[in-house]
Design a protein around this ligand. Sequence first.
Ligand SMILES: C[S@@+](CC[C@H](N)C(=O)[O-])C[C@H]1O[C@@H](n2cnc3c(N)ncnc32)[C@H](O)[C@@H]1O
Length: 243
Amino acid sequence: MNDFAASRWANRDFAKAFRNEADFYVPFRHRVIEITLSLYQHLSGSNPGSKVLDLGCGDGFFISALLAAEERPVTAVLVDGSAGMLDAARQRLAGQGGAIDFRRATFQELLVEDRLDHDFDLVFSSLAIHHLGLEEKTDLYRFIYNHLRPGGQFFNFDAVLSPSEDLEKCYLSLWTTWIRQHPGPAGLDRLLPVPDQYKDNPDNSPDTLKAQLAALEEIGFEAVDCPFKYGIFALFGGRKAVA
Ligand SMILES: C[S@@+](CC[C@H](N)C(=O)[O-])C[C@H]1O[C@@H](n2cnc3c(N)ncnc32)[C@H](O)[C@@H]1O
């Protein structure tokens, strides 16, 4: 089991570096949020409100974009294992409206002690679930399914394992190409090692997209799909059937 306290995310400096640099080294980060919000708004149709859960919310990057785009009243629960990330999320979201509930908890703790509502319209997660093994991912996907209202949607933007080594090599080089094109203020010396650091970091435990889509279908999600993919980065999910 991946122990959050022993992971790099428990280190405030590591978390701060991600906040400062993710816009540059995470490919298509903003585009993925636009796609997610567009799908969510199209598919959630006539819901009068928007009740959202973000698992591994970081500094509230996603909820901030959702609050800016959403015309309906928003209720959001933001969960993260890192107190520093939640502090950054409180700062980012201050004055943006919505009823926001910040909860410090690891996914492992949530699976043991269920403290969340069961009627979310949307559950979102970005770059967080790949720290869990496949069994834990599947347990978390089942947990998510149980916390959606019928018709509610789940989207996960995450790093996935490539189906073969040669493909993985190509995908990592696509990532490097992206970084070369987006050096940001940190510069290439700092950012170019990120793909290798990702591969070498024992906190990361990505599984293939195929295995995760199969797990979602097995749990009961419908319309399971991957609306966006760039190399190892995939946006995928499904929705809870309307009974
Ligand atoms: C790469 S950051 C992504 C943050 C945010 N979702 C974004 O895309 O900007 C991963 C986040 O997941 C959180 N995280 C990682 N493993 C976790 C776990 N097991 N339980 C709860 N949070 C976790 C980290 O603290 C961190 O804020």
